[in-house]
Ligand binder design. Sequence first.
Ligand SMILES: O=P(O)(O)OC[C@H]1O[C@H](OP(=O)(O)OP(=O)(O)O)[C@H](O)[C@@H]1O
Ligand SMILES: O=c1cc[nH]c(=O)[nH]1
Ligand SMILES: [Mg+2]
Length: 217
Amino acid sequence: METLVVDHPLVAHKLTTLRDAGTDSPTFRRLTDELVTLLTYEATRDIRVADVTVQTPLKVAEGTRLTRPAPLVVPILRAGLGMLEGMTRLLPTAEVGFVGMARDEHTLQPATYADRMPGDLSGRQCFVLDPMLATGGTLAAAVRMLSDRGADSVTAICLLAAPEGLETVAEKLAGTLDPESGATLRVVTAAIDERLDGRGFILPGLGDAGDRLYGSL
Ligand SMILES: O=P(O)(O)OC[C@H]1O[C@H](OP(=O)(O)OP(=O)(O)O)[C@H](O)[C@@H]1O
Ligand SMILES: O=c1cc[nH]c(=O)[nH]1
Ligand SMILES: [Mg+2]
């Protein structure tokens, strides 16, 4: 598994305001959207393209187009929904699949409550959106759903990741997306934080991303 921390002053600036407990929900939503657009720019560096030509008003020019099948973007509900528009703004031809997962607050295990994704993902590049990679249980389960359907290229875009969660995802998915067969698994994040607390929250983190976006449950 490859991990990329996007090191850019605008990313750091926006993330700092997201962390601030005083940031209200409308501002939190807007900054999440902006931050995802910046992360998407890096996360799509290996997106599949083909050479094309285009006629300018003056002459023929060599160019580049995204290939088909269209990439699949998968926000993990709830909090991942706050990242969808920021991504599809840059990738308007992407298709969108939905997965709903909620982590049990005592066991910290994820339970899947929604699955609206294509049954066959062979040959599809997939982008999973989830702001928080904490214990890694949710992301590992989501990536397994995609690879079970044939996806061979999965990039997860997270606002924050915990070191423990990154290790767990790499361990749980070892051998699932086999790099020898050309498969790739990448995590792109704005920062890797210090650690998890006793309740599985990222420290220093930004709190509960779903609650800050959409209100407490
Ligand atoms: O890495 P993990 O330990 O699995 O935790 C991360 C998950 O927890 C949060 O979702 P939550 O379960 O709070 O659901 P929500 O998005 O509906 O708030 C977050 O958005 C991730 O999906
Ligand atoms: O810190 C955390 C951990 C899991 N989910 C969140 O929203 N925040
Ligand atoms: Mg939540």
